[in-house]
Write a protein that binds this ligand. Structure first.
Ligand SMILES: Cc1cc2nc3c(=O)[nH]c(=O)nc-3n(C[C@H](O)[C@H](O)[C@H](O)COP(=O)(O)O)c2cc1C
Length: 312
Protein backbone atom coordinates (compact mmCIF):
# COMPACT_ATOMS: atom_id res chain seq x y z
CA UNK A 1 0.00 0.00 0.00
CA UNK A 2 1.49 3.35 -0.98
CA UNK A 3 2.06 6.14 1.56
CA UNK A 4 1.61 3.80 4.49
CA UNK A 5 1.30 5.64 7.79
CA UNK A 6 0.42 3.59 10.87
CA UNK A 7 -2.26 4.60 13.39
CA UNK A 8 -1.05 7.19 15.87
CA UNK A 9 -2.18 6.84 19.48
CA UNK A 10 -2.29 9.92 21.70
CA UNK A 11 -0.91 8.33 24.87
CA UNK A 12 -2.14 11.14 27.11
CA UNK A 13 -5.71 10.50 25.92
CA UNK A 14 -5.56 6.71 25.84
CA UNK A 15 -7.06 5.13 28.96
CA UNK A 16 -5.81 1.68 28.07
CA UNK A 17 -9.33 0.27 27.73
CA UNK A 18 -8.08 -2.10 25.03
CA UNK A 19 -11.04 -1.57 22.68
CA UNK A 20 -8.73 -0.82 19.75
CA UNK A 21 -6.54 -3.83 20.54
CA UNK A 22 -9.56 -6.13 20.60
CA UNK A 23 -11.07 -4.82 17.35
CA UNK A 24 -7.85 -4.77 15.29
CA UNK A 25 -8.20 -7.45 12.57
CA UNK A 26 -4.45 -7.45 11.94
CA UNK A 27 -3.57 -7.74 15.62
CA UNK A 28 -0.99 -5.01 15.31
CA UNK A 29 -2.12 -3.07 18.39
CA UNK A 30 -1.25 -3.96 21.93
CA UNK A 31 -1.27 -2.40 25.38
CA UNK A 32 2.26 -1.32 26.12
CA UNK A 33 4.09 -1.12 29.46
CA UNK A 34 2.63 2.32 30.10
CA UNK A 35 -0.87 0.88 29.85
CA UNK A 36 -1.57 2.85 26.67
CA UNK A 37 -2.21 1.19 23.34
CA UNK A 38 0.56 1.13 20.80
CA UNK A 39 1.06 -0.04 17.30
CA UNK A 40 3.56 -2.82 16.71
CA UNK A 41 4.19 -4.47 13.42
CA UNK A 42 5.07 -3.31 9.97
CA UNK A 43 1.85 -3.01 8.14
CA UNK A 44 -1.83 -2.80 8.83
CA UNK A 45 -5.02 -2.96 6.84
CA UNK A 46 -5.69 0.72 7.49
CA UNK A 47 -9.30 -0.23 8.16
CA UNK A 48 -9.64 2.53 10.75
CA UNK A 49 -11.63 0.34 13.17
CA UNK A 50 -9.30 1.38 16.00
CA UNK A 51 -10.12 5.06 15.48
CA UNK A 52 -13.81 4.31 15.04
CA UNK A 53 -14.10 2.43 18.33
CA UNK A 54 -11.93 4.53 20.67
CA UNK A 55 -14.15 6.23 23.28
CA UNK A 56 -11.48 8.87 23.90
CA UNK A 57 -10.78 9.67 20.25
CA UNK A 58 -7.16 8.89 21.04
CA UNK A 59 -6.47 7.09 17.77
CA UNK A 60 -5.71 8.84 14.53
CA UNK A 61 -5.06 7.07 11.24
CA UNK A 62 -3.37 9.75 9.14
CA UNK A 63 -3.81 7.85 5.88
CA UNK A 64 -7.58 7.95 6.25
CA UNK A 65 -9.77 11.00 5.82
CA UNK A 66 -12.35 11.57 8.55
CA UNK A 67 -14.92 12.84 6.13
CA UNK A 68 -15.84 11.88 2.60
CA UNK A 69 -15.55 15.53 1.63
CA UNK A 70 -18.90 15.60 -0.10
CA UNK A 71 -19.41 18.67 -2.23
CA UNK A 72 -23.11 18.70 -1.42
CA UNK A 73 -22.01 19.61 2.08
CA UNK A 74 -24.34 17.18 3.77
CA UNK A 75 -22.38 14.47 5.39
CA UNK A 76 -24.43 12.10 7.47
CA UNK A 77 -22.54 11.28 10.64
CA UNK A 78 -23.26 9.52 13.87
CA UNK A 79 -24.06 6.02 14.81
CA UNK A 80 -26.73 4.55 12.63
CA UNK A 81 -28.88 1.56 13.17
CA UNK A 82 -32.25 1.07 14.76
CA UNK A 83 -35.65 0.30 13.31
CA UNK A 84 -36.08 3.63 11.49
CA UNK A 85 -32.72 3.36 9.70
CA UNK A 86 -33.48 -0.25 8.78
CA UNK A 87 -36.89 0.62 7.36
CA UNK A 88 -35.50 3.55 5.38
CA UNK A 89 -32.70 1.47 4.01
CA UNK A 90 -34.98 -1.33 2.89
CA UNK A 91 -37.40 1.15 1.29
CA UNK A 92 -34.49 2.77 -0.53
CA UNK A 93 -33.25 -0.58 -1.76
CA UNK A 94 -36.69 -1.61 -2.93
CA UNK A 95 -37.33 1.68 -4.68
CA UNK A 96 -34.13 1.57 -6.67
CA UNK A 97 -35.07 0.50 -10.15
CA UNK A 98 -33.04 0.64 -13.30
CA UNK A 99 -33.93 3.90 -15.00
CA UNK A 100 -34.21 3.77 -18.78
CA UNK A 101 -35.79 7.16 -19.39
CA UNK A 102 -33.98 10.34 -18.49
CA UNK A 103 -34.76 14.03 -18.83
CA UNK A 104 -32.08 15.89 -20.74
CA UNK A 105 -31.05 17.83 -17.62
CA UNK A 106 -27.34 17.41 -16.87
CA UNK A 107 -26.17 16.15 -13.49
CA UNK A 108 -23.83 18.53 -11.65
CA UNK A 109 -20.26 17.21 -11.74
CA UNK A 110 -19.99 17.78 -7.98
CA UNK A 111 -22.91 15.41 -7.39
CA UNK A 112 -21.27 12.77 -9.60
CA UNK A 113 -18.03 13.21 -7.69
CA UNK A 114 -19.92 12.85 -4.41
CA UNK A 115 -21.39 9.57 -5.65
CA UNK A 116 -17.90 8.21 -6.24
CA UNK A 117 -16.84 9.25 -2.73
CA UNK A 118 -19.84 7.43 -1.33
CA UNK A 119 -18.87 4.46 -3.49
CA UNK A 120 -15.56 4.36 -1.67
CA UNK A 121 -17.29 3.48 1.62
CA UNK A 122 -17.72 -0.07 0.29
CA UNK A 123 -15.69 -2.94 1.68
CA UNK A 124 -12.73 -4.11 -0.39
CA UNK A 125 -10.48 -7.15 -0.27
CA UNK A 126 -7.60 -6.49 2.16
CA UNK A 127 -9.00 -2.95 2.32
CA UNK A 128 -7.01 -2.16 -0.82
CA UNK A 129 -9.58 0.34 -2.14
CA UNK A 130 -7.91 -0.11 -5.51
CA UNK A 131 -10.89 1.15 -7.47
CA UNK A 132 -11.04 3.97 -9.93
CA UNK A 133 -13.99 6.06 -10.91
CA UNK A 134 -14.18 7.84 -14.24
CA UNK A 135 -16.92 10.39 -14.63
CA UNK A 136 -18.34 11.35 -18.01
CA UNK A 137 -20.38 14.42 -17.05
CA UNK A 138 -21.21 15.42 -20.63
CA UNK A 139 -23.76 13.77 -22.85
CA UNK A 140 -21.50 14.20 -25.90
CA UNK A 141 -18.88 11.95 -24.24
CA UNK A 142 -21.49 9.39 -23.21
CA UNK A 143 -22.50 9.32 -26.89
CA UNK A 144 -18.87 8.91 -27.95
CA UNK A 145 -18.54 5.88 -25.72
CA UNK A 146 -21.85 4.64 -27.12
CA UNK A 147 -20.54 5.09 -30.65
CA UNK A 148 -17.41 2.97 -30.10
CA UNK A 149 -19.45 0.34 -28.25
CA UNK A 150 -22.02 0.25 -31.06
CA UNK A 151 -19.21 -0.25 -33.54
CA UNK A 152 -17.91 -3.19 -31.52
CA UNK A 153 -21.36 -4.83 -31.58
CA UNK A 154 -21.80 -4.05 -35.28
CA UNK A 155 -18.63 -6.04 -35.98
CA UNK A 156 -19.57 -8.80 -33.54
CA UNK A 157 -22.99 -9.17 -35.15
CA UNK A 158 -21.39 -9.40 -38.58
CA UNK A 159 -19.15 -12.21 -37.35
CA UNK A 160 -21.96 -13.98 -35.48
CA UNK A 161 -24.25 -13.83 -38.53
CA UNK A 162 -21.74 -15.94 -40.47
CA UNK A 163 -22.54 -19.57 -39.81
CA UNK A 164 -19.04 -20.70 -40.83
CA UNK A 165 -17.52 -18.55 -38.09
CA UNK A 166 -20.04 -19.98 -35.65
CA UNK A 167 -19.12 -23.52 -36.73
CA UNK A 168 -15.40 -22.82 -36.36
CA UNK A 169 -16.00 -21.27 -32.95
CA UNK A 170 -18.01 -24.35 -31.93
CA UNK A 171 -15.31 -26.75 -33.15
CA UNK A 172 -12.19 -24.94 -32.02
CA UNK A 173 -13.38 -22.39 -29.50
CA UNK A 174 -15.81 -22.06 -26.63
CA UNK A 175 -18.99 -22.01 -28.71
CA UNK A 176 -19.81 -18.62 -27.23
CA UNK A 177 -20.54 -17.17 -30.67
CA UNK A 178 -23.45 -19.60 -31.00
CA UNK A 179 -24.81 -18.56 -27.61
CA UNK A 180 -24.46 -14.89 -28.49
CA UNK A 181 -26.19 -15.46 -31.81
CA UNK A 182 -29.13 -17.19 -30.16
CA UNK A 183 -29.54 -14.79 -27.24
CA UNK A 184 -28.54 -11.36 -28.43
CA UNK A 185 -28.05 -11.14 -32.20
CA UNK A 186 -31.59 -10.07 -33.08
CA UNK A 187 -32.06 -7.55 -30.28
CA UNK A 188 -28.60 -6.05 -30.84
CA UNK A 189 -29.30 -5.81 -34.58
CA UNK A 190 -32.50 -3.91 -33.84
CA UNK A 191 -30.80 -1.64 -31.28
CA UNK A 192 -28.03 -0.86 -33.78
CA UNK A 193 -30.58 -0.05 -36.47
CA UNK A 194 -32.37 2.33 -34.10
CA UNK A 195 -29.08 3.98 -33.13
CA UNK A 196 -27.74 4.49 -36.64
CA UNK A 197 -31.05 5.42 -38.30
CA UNK A 198 -32.94 7.26 -35.56
CA UNK A 199 -30.32 8.06 -32.90
CA UNK A 200 -32.41 6.15 -30.35
CA UNK A 201 -30.00 5.29 -27.55
CA UNK A 202 -30.73 1.77 -26.33
CA UNK A 203 -27.34 1.56 -24.62
CA UNK A 204 -27.30 4.52 -22.21
CA UNK A 205 -31.01 5.20 -22.58
CA UNK A 206 -30.26 8.87 -23.27
CA UNK A 207 -28.52 9.39 -19.91
CA UNK A 208 -26.69 12.73 -19.72
CA UNK A 209 -23.82 11.31 -17.67
CA UNK A 210 -22.05 8.09 -16.78
CA UNK A 211 -19.75 6.79 -14.08
CA UNK A 212 -17.33 4.03 -14.97
CA UNK A 213 -15.95 1.84 -12.22
CA UNK A 214 -12.65 0.10 -12.80
CA UNK A 215 -10.23 -1.61 -10.47
CA UNK A 216 -6.62 -2.68 -10.38
CA UNK A 217 -6.46 -6.13 -11.97
CA UNK A 218 -3.65 -7.09 -9.61
CA UNK A 219 -5.68 -6.67 -6.41
CA UNK A 220 -7.10 -9.73 -4.68
CA UNK A 221 -10.73 -9.38 -5.79
CA UNK A 222 -11.12 -6.41 -8.12
CA UNK A 223 -14.52 -7.40 -9.52
CA UNK A 224 -16.10 -7.72 -6.09
CA UNK A 225 -14.55 -4.46 -4.88
CA UNK A 226 -15.73 -2.53 -7.91
CA UNK A 227 -19.25 -3.95 -7.82
CA UNK A 228 -19.71 -3.31 -4.12
CA UNK A 229 -18.71 0.32 -4.65
CA UNK A 230 -21.09 0.40 -7.60
CA UNK A 231 -24.06 -0.76 -5.54
CA UNK A 232 -23.31 1.95 -2.97
CA UNK A 233 -23.44 4.52 -5.73
CA UNK A 234 -26.71 3.17 -7.13
CA UNK A 235 -28.34 3.46 -3.72
CA UNK A 236 -26.91 6.91 -3.02
CA UNK A 237 -28.10 8.13 -6.42
CA UNK A 238 -31.56 6.77 -5.65
CA UNK A 239 -31.56 8.65 -2.35
CA UNK A 240 -30.63 11.84 -4.22
CA UNK A 241 -33.56 11.38 -6.60
CA UNK A 242 -31.32 10.43 -9.52
CA UNK A 243 -31.92 7.54 -11.89
CA UNK A 244 -29.25 4.99 -12.74
CA UNK A 245 -28.89 1.97 -14.97
CA UNK A 246 -26.01 -0.45 -15.26
CA UNK A 247 -24.78 -0.90 -18.81
CA UNK A 248 -23.25 -4.34 -18.99
CA UNK A 249 -22.99 -4.18 -22.78
CA UNK A 250 -20.21 -1.59 -22.51
CA UNK A 251 -18.35 -3.63 -19.88
CA UNK A 252 -18.42 -6.67 -22.14
CA UNK A 253 -17.32 -4.66 -25.16
CA UNK A 254 -14.45 -3.07 -23.20
CA UNK A 255 -13.21 -6.54 -22.32
CA UNK A 256 -12.82 -7.43 -25.97
CA UNK A 257 -12.17 -4.15 -27.74
CA UNK A 258 -9.09 -2.14 -26.73
CA UNK A 259 -10.44 0.96 -28.43
CA UNK A 260 -12.78 1.44 -25.45
CA UNK A 261 -9.98 1.31 -22.87
CA UNK A 262 -8.02 3.79 -24.99
CA UNK A 263 -10.98 6.14 -25.29
CA UNK A 264 -11.43 6.03 -21.52
CA UNK A 265 -7.67 6.59 -20.95
CA UNK A 266 -7.64 3.45 -18.85
CA UNK A 267 -4.17 2.22 -17.81
CA UNK A 268 -3.27 -1.34 -18.83
CA UNK A 269 -3.37 -2.67 -15.25
CA UNK A 270 -6.98 -1.57 -14.79
CA UNK A 271 -10.11 -3.37 -15.84
CA UNK A 272 -13.60 -1.96 -16.28
CA UNK A 273 -16.22 -3.65 -14.10
CA UNK A 274 -19.25 -1.40 -14.19
CA UNK A 275 -20.74 1.37 -16.24
CA UNK A 276 -23.50 3.38 -14.60
CA UNK A 277 -25.76 5.53 -16.75
CA UNK A 278 -26.91 8.39 -14.57
CA UNK A 279 -29.35 11.25 -14.89
CA UNK A 280 -32.59 12.76 -13.73
CA UNK A 281 -35.35 10.23 -14.17
CA UNK A 282 -38.16 10.99 -16.60
CA UNK A 283 -40.23 8.21 -15.10
CA UNK A 284 -41.34 7.73 -11.51
CA UNK A 285 -42.38 4.32 -10.32
CA UNK A 286 -45.41 4.24 -8.09
CA UNK A 287 -44.41 1.12 -6.24
CA UNK A 288 -41.42 -1.15 -5.98
CA UNK A 289 -41.43 -4.01 -8.44
CA UNK A 290 -41.52 -7.49 -7.01
CA UNK A 291 -38.74 -9.96 -6.84
CA UNK A 292 -38.74 -13.72 -7.12
CA UNK A 293 -39.30 -15.12 -3.69
CA UNK A 294 -36.11 -16.08 -1.93
CA UNK A 295 -36.02 -19.45 -0.24
CA UNK A 296 -32.71 -19.64 1.59
CA UNK A 297 -31.33 -23.04 2.41
CA UNK A 298 -30.89 -23.45 6.14
CA UNK A 299 -28.00 -25.71 6.83
CA UNK A 300 -27.10 -27.14 10.22
CA UNK A 301 -24.26 -29.44 9.34
CA UNK A 302 -23.50 -30.34 12.95
CA UNK A 303 -27.07 -31.50 13.62
CA UNK A 304 -27.18 -33.47 10.39
CA UNK A 305 -23.98 -35.28 11.33
CA UNK A 306 -25.24 -35.99 14.84
CA UNK A 307 -28.45 -37.42 13.39
CA UNK A 308 -26.45 -39.62 10.98
CA UNK A 309 -24.22 -40.87 13.79
CA UNK A 310 -27.30 -41.67 15.88
CA UNK A 311 -28.79 -43.63 13.00
CA UNK A 312 -25.65 -45.77 12.55
C1 LIG B 1 -24.21 -6.73 -14.36
C2 LIG B 1 -25.46 -6.04 -14.88
C3 LIG B 1 -25.48 -5.58 -16.18
C4 LIG B 1 -26.62 -4.92 -16.66
N1 LIG B 1 -26.60 -4.43 -17.94
C5 LIG B 1 -27.68 -3.76 -18.41
C6 LIG B 1 -27.66 -3.20 -19.73
O1 LIG B 1 -26.69 -3.31 -20.48
N2 LIG B 1 -28.75 -2.50 -20.15
C7 LIG B 1 -29.85 -2.33 -19.33
O2 LIG B 1 -30.80 -1.69 -19.76
N3 LIG B 1 -29.89 -2.87 -18.09
C8 LIG B 1 -28.84 -3.56 -17.60
N4 LIG B 1 -28.85 -4.07 -16.32
C9 LIG B 1 -30.02 -3.83 -15.46
C10 LIG B 1 -30.85 -5.10 -15.22
O3 LIG B 1 -31.55 -5.43 -16.38
C11 LIG B 1 -31.78 -4.80 -14.06
O4 LIG B 1 -31.00 -4.58 -12.90
C12 LIG B 1 -32.74 -5.94 -13.78
O5 LIG B 1 -33.64 -6.09 -14.85
C13 LIG B 1 -33.57 -5.71 -12.51
O6 LIG B 1 -34.29 -4.51 -12.59
P1 LIG B 1 -34.08 -3.32 -11.53
O7 LIG B 1 -32.66 -2.86 -11.61
O8 LIG B 1 -35.04 -2.25 -11.97
O9 LIG B 1 -34.41 -3.84 -10.18
C14 LIG B 1 -27.75 -4.74 -15.82
C15 LIG B 1 -27.69 -5.22 -14.51
C16 LIG B 1 -26.57 -5.85 -14.04
C17 LIG B 1 -26.53 -6.32 -12.61
Amino acid sequence: MDCFEPPIIAVDHCTGCGACVAICPDQVLELGDTGAARWHGEQCLLCGHCAAICPEQAVNVPSLADSLGLESGVEPVGRDGGAAAFAELVVLMRQRRSCRRFTGEPVATGVLRDLTRIGSTAPSGTNCQAWWFTILPDRCDVERLGEVTADFYRRLNKTAANRWYRLLNRLFGSGSLDTYYRRYYQSVEEALRQWYEQRIDRLFHGAPAAILVSADKRSSCPAEDALLATQNMLLAAQALGLGTCLVGFVVEAARRDHRIGRLLRMPADERLYAVIACGHPAVHFLRPAGRKRVAPRILRIGEEEKWKQGAE
